[in-house]
Ligand binder design. Structure first.
Ligand code: SF4
Length: 169
């Protein structure tokens, strides 16, 4: 439960930083639109956990396909033209957890928006980028003062930390 809370907190930080964060030099894979048959999607019962990074998370679904296990993350609301960076990082974290848990590296994961599905390649560059991000977040985790990194009032309006945040817009 602690690790789940930690992971959710880390994800919240990803959302914080997403707007101003430059994409890493290698760039994030943009994701390609695919068709998926949801009948093959299996619900995940328990969170996956990788102790070395203290990383845990529960993909919405796992698909067994051609000897691979593919994580699926379902997002409600607006369907973007391309997946958001924060969603790509979340999916990358699930790909890492699948690899560490099942000893099989998924070549991609799926982000399912209401009107479109994207396959996002789980490249070594994306993995590196994720590990860098997690290291950055761990470094800042115990800082008392991490300044707001965006100027988006709409983001603040929906933020769960709004009541306690002294930097809300
Ligand atoms: S309310 Fe605070 S924590 Fe939430 S998005 Fe705004 S600045 Fe960030």
């Amino acid at each position: 439960m602690f690790y789940l809370a930690l992971f959710l907190f880390l994800l919240a930080l990803v959302f914080f930083w997403q707007s101003n964060r430059q994409r890493k030099d290698a760039g994030l894979p943009g994701g390609r639109v695919i068709y998926t048959d949801t009948r093959g999607w299996g619900k995940v019962e328990k969170p996956l956990f990788y102790p070395a990074l203290e990383l845990t998370g529960k993909p919405d679904y796992l698909i067994q396909q051609n000897g691979q296990i593919i994580p699926v993350e379902v997002k409600s609301g607006h369907t973007p033209d391309a997946p958001y960076d924060s969603h790509i990082y979340q999916l990358a974290a699930y790909c890492l957890l699948v690899e560490k848990t099942y000893r099989k590296r998924p070549s991609y994961g799926i982000i399912h928006y209401e009107n479109r599905d994207f396959a996002v390649e789980y490249t070594h560059e994306l993995e590196e980028s994720l590990l860098d991000l997690l290291a950055d977040m761990k470094r800042d985790e115990h800082k008392n003062d991490v300044p707001r990194s965006h100027e988006q009032a709409a983001r603040c309006a929906k933020c769960g930390f709004r009541k306690v945040c002294d930097q809300r817009l």
